[in-house]
Design a protein around this ligand. Structure first.
Ligand code: SAM
Length: 213
């Protein structure tokens, strides 16, 4: 299987073809070997137009959703960003190409350890991972210019908003436990502006300021 060709087609058809425009995001999606973040059994489907299982009942999002959420973060290269839900580390790798520093929290230790391994293997040095409840954020390195939550939340956790800088963007699926709306929240002059992007389906954000289980 020619993964480079698969990846090129994925970018042209699934991303550009659906209107995504941020050239930096498209380039990162074309460069990063998504197949390295999934199991051998899933490798052949790594560039297909849907989410895939990554173990522990969790998923890696559809390529389009990863690219769309990243585009909504409006990254230029100098940002410090926080991701909630490391999963297999693929989204963190995309962010590492597009921002200066990436902090990512995962509640399932096994996933975080696996993600750490592959990110190190691929040579990423600007990603810091932590195991814990991401709904509380990671205060130590705050404020963040951009924040992404890759699990569905009943609402936007105030703790995360507090760790966002002035002008900062947060991308988060908000809604019920089975389906949500992708929301971009922007902090402007201390106020929070919300924009709905589209409907989406994510695994639940489980934690003190998310779903209780
Ligand atoms: N961004 C990931 C990737 O590129 O593989 C996909 C993430 S998956 C859709 C959502 C992840 O959020 C799961 O791995 C899940 O364990 C994690 N999660 C759920 N609640 C969490 C919480 N409170 N803190 C941190 N991670 C959480």
């Amino acid at each position: 299987m020619n993964f480079d060709e698969e990846r090129k087609t994925m970018v042209e058809v699934q991303l550009r073809g659906r209107g995504l425009k941020d050239e930096r995001v498209l380039k990162a999606m074309e460069e990063i070997p998504r197949h390295r973040f999934v199991s051998k059994e899933q490798e052949q489907s790594a560039y297909s137009d849907h989410p895939l299982p990554i173990g522990e009942g969790q998923t890696i999002s559809q390529p389009y959703m990863v690219a769309l959420m990243t585009e909504c973060m409006e990254l230029e290269g100098n940002e410090k960003v926080l991701e909630i839900g490391t999963g297999c580390g693929y989204q963190a790798a995309i962010l590492a190409k597009l921002a200066k520093e990436v902090y990512s929290i995962e509640r399932v230790e096994k996933l975080s350890l696996k993600a750490k391994e592959i990110l190190a293997e691929l040579g990423y040095t600007n990603v810091k991972l932590k195991v814990g409840d991401g709904t509380k954020g990671w205060e130590e390195y705050s404020p963040y210019q951009a924040l992404i939550v890759t699990a569905g939340s009943p609402d936007i956790p105030q703790t995360l908003l507090d760790q966002l800088s002035e002008g900062g963007r947060m991308v988060i699926p908000v809604g019920g436990s089975f389906s949500q709306e992708l929301v971009v929240a922007r902090k402007r002059k201390g106020k929070v502006e919300r924009r709905k992007v589209c409907g989406c389906v994510f695994v639940p954000l489980i934690g003190e300021f998310g779903w209780k289980r």
